[in-house]
Design a protein around this ligand. Structure first.
Ligand SMILES: [Zn+2]
Ligand SMILES: [Zn+2]
Length: 215
């Protein structure tokens, strides 16, 4: 069977900062999501991504690839993280009834895990400190794989998501005087204050979870 090597734009590596296998996996995941949803890269606030990844595992690099491919960036507020520690993401697009969930196959994760690249990583060596040929080899494994070898894809039917309504309304914190977007204002001793000035306790830490219903 003839395989075609996936081409990755060079700017994605520049943006990400180093050459590793997970940013390219994310880029391919995002590219596949665009084709499954039959949409283009989002220039404004269209595509939403719910990443199931967490923190403290190297696969998080994937999210930079997802952002690069889909345009659903952190800055635009289009990617949110569920912190499940699973190498998967849900892709939602306005006006599309169904969302798409793509996860990295266990078999492919096992295949990568035995690669020399991870011997270095497990010794605490950062990607830029790993010999170039080792990194190119593992990246090529990713780029030469087919979508079927890489991913499980499922359709989340009638996926329901209510985006937070955008607002330009802001007010001054009555303690420190800095502008705060209204939905973040709190009331303390009868004053409208920002979160740091409200001296919230740890138990009250504001945790935002995206409002979704899984089909
Ligand atoms: Zn990386
Ligand atoms: Zn304040």
């Amino acid at each position: 069977m003839k395989t075609t090597k996936f081409e990755l734009p060079e700017w994605t590596f520049e943006f990400h900062g180093h050459r590793c296998p997970f940013m390219p996996i994310g880029y391919r995941m995002g590219t596949l999501a665009l084709s499954k949803l039959q949409v283009e890269k989002s220039l404004n606030h269209e595509m939403r991504v719910f990443s199931e990844m967490g923190i403290g595992h190297p696969q998080g690099c994937m999210q930079d690839g997802i952002m690069s491919a889909t345009g659903a960036t952190f800055g635009k507020g289009m990617i949110e993280r569920f912190n499940y520690g699973i190498i998967a993401a849900i892709f939602w697009y306005p006006s599309k009834k169904d969302a798409v969930r793509i996860s990295l196959k266990n078999e492919f994760q096992d295949k990568l895990a035995s690669h020399e690249f991870f011997k270095y990583r497990k010794q605490g060596i950062e990607p830029t400190g790993i010999p170039e040929n080792v990194r190119l080899d593992i990246i090529n494994i990713v780029l030469n794989a087919t979508d079927e070898e890489l991913f499980n894809v499922s359709t989340l039917e009638n996926f329901n998501y209510t985006p937070v309504k955008g607002s330009f309304n802001k007010a001054k914190c009555e303690v420190c005087g800095e502008y705060v977007f209204e939905r973040y204002l709190r009331v303390k001793d009868g004053k409208k204050v920002c979160i740091p000035c409200s001296e919230r306790t740890h138990e009250e830490t504001v945790i935002h979870l995206p409002d979704i219903t899984r089909g």
